[in-house]
Each structure stands twice: as C-alpha cells, then as structure tokens.
Design a protein around this ligand. Sequence first.
Ligand SMILES: O=C(O)CNC(=O)[C@H](CS)NC(=O)CCC(=O)C(=O)O
Length: 276
Amino acid sequence: MRAALIQLQSSDDPQANLAVTEGYVRDAAAGGAGFVLTPEVTNCVSASRSRQLAVLQPEATDPTLARMREVARDCGIWLLLGSLAVKTDDPDGRFANRSFLIGPDGTVAARYDKIHMFDVTVSETETYRESAGYRPGDRAVLARTPLGRIGMTICYDVRFPALYRALGQAGAQILTVPSAFSPVTGAAHWETLLRARAIECGAYVLAPAQCGTHAATEGRARSTHGHSLAVAPWGEVLADGGTAPGITLVDLDLDEVDRAHARVPSLTHDREFAGP
Ligand SMILES: O=C(O)CNC(=O)[C@H](CS)NC(=O)CCC(=O)C(=O)O
C-alpha cells in the first residue's frame, strides 16, 4: 500500500486552504497513493477566536469536508483529513479538533475528537491554551478498514502513551498523528515521540504536519515544525517531509506489523503493579 503525507502551510482562510489541499490530494492519488493524509487543522490555522468564529462551520456544513468527500470518491482513495476545526454545540462555544477518515465511496468511515489539549507554556513569549478554544474528546477510535486497523490520534496526544497502548492492544496496525507541532518542542521531541509510539505498538506511525509561518488575518501568525514523518513498526524513519509544503510518498507493508510483534511481543506483557 502506498501512502501520501501532505504537508501544508495552512492560513486562516479555509477557502484558500481547501484549494491547495485539493491539488495536493489529487497529485498524491495520481502518484499511486491509496491512502492520503493531511495535517491537523487542515482547514484553518488561527490563533484568533473571532476569526475562527467568522470562518468556521459545523461539521454538517463544513465546505472542506464536503469537497474532500467528493475528491476521495473521484480518486478512489482513503483520505484522512488530519483534522478540521469545526463548530459544536458546546455551551461555551468551543470548537472540536476533529479527524475524519473518508472512504473511497466518499463516506465518513470514522471520526475522532482530539482528547489531549495543548495547554502549555513553551517559553515566556510562547503559550498555548487549546482547551480555551476546543472541547476535548473522550473516546479513543480504532477504524477497522480494508486498508488495515487505523488508530486515530492528533498532535499533542503523542505525549500520552496510554492512548497508544490502548490502540495497540486493540490491534492498531497504523497510528495516525496529524499535527501542528510548535517549532521549539518539535526540534526537541517530535521525532523521538513518534518513533517511541511506533516501537512500543509495533505499528506504522503516519504523521502529516503543518509547516512554516501561517498567514493570519487577525491575531499572531503561528509557526510550526513541519517534518511530516512516516515511521515503520520497528522504529525506522521511512520518510521525512522537510520544512516546505509538499507530498511525501511512502510504501507500507502491514506484514511488518506482525514481524515486529513476533520479535518483541511487549504489547502482551503488561503486568499489574502497585502504585509508586
Ligand atoms: O490551535 C489549533 O487551531 C489547533 N491545535 C493545535 O495546533 C494544537 C494546539 S495549539 N497544537 C498542538 O497540539 C501542538 C503540540 C506540540 O507542539 C507539543 O506537544 O509539543
């Protein structure tokens, strides 16, 4: 199976982002990819709540989702929209950071709301409070598809190994980690965390990323780490998308998952222990 990681430099203009994304997804399908993945917040990177309120939609009327369902059907591909920011019925008016897995028939096969919120002070000048803008999810999702069993996660989730253990023990063969990682934590932690999740689960990790400095109509312009990564079940980095937008193709062989599990069956070796 050939997968494609789409690396984007999304702005806070969903229409412009949609046009760029559609072009890359069609090119990836033409390049032989049967599974195409886009990063976190494909539709809108914005640090401004008023901007998000003005341009975002609920899932039912989101134009990126509607169009990408058509594109998946046109191209006959599986498509992970890494995430879309969508409006919800949350009483505080918070959005969902929601990942969509779309099948080649254009239907949504699975959806996952990011569980762990990036509420972090990276430095004196760089703080994030994701939970102020987004309502966290509370349910892990393993999508059972003809491609394989896909554990759906998003970005900051990568720091919470219990989620991946649950997905790995439920049989995940591919873990998706669409991201918009910060440049500072990306340089320090990104590759190591992704490789650790792949090794401990004996599963492929596919992590399409946002990159560069994201044009902002309102609020501060954010920058992200890039380096979309594909990691094999044994832990090797198979492909790195660098720092510019583009497509990274990678070939997967799910028998590698069985081989990794046979060599190190640690997913079956958990033991009960008393707390520290
Ligand atoms: O804000 C949005 O619109 C969408 N959400 C994101 O981009 C989130 C929260 S700011 N980014 C991360 O989780 C980065 C995690 C990270 O960088 C780390 O774990 O070090």
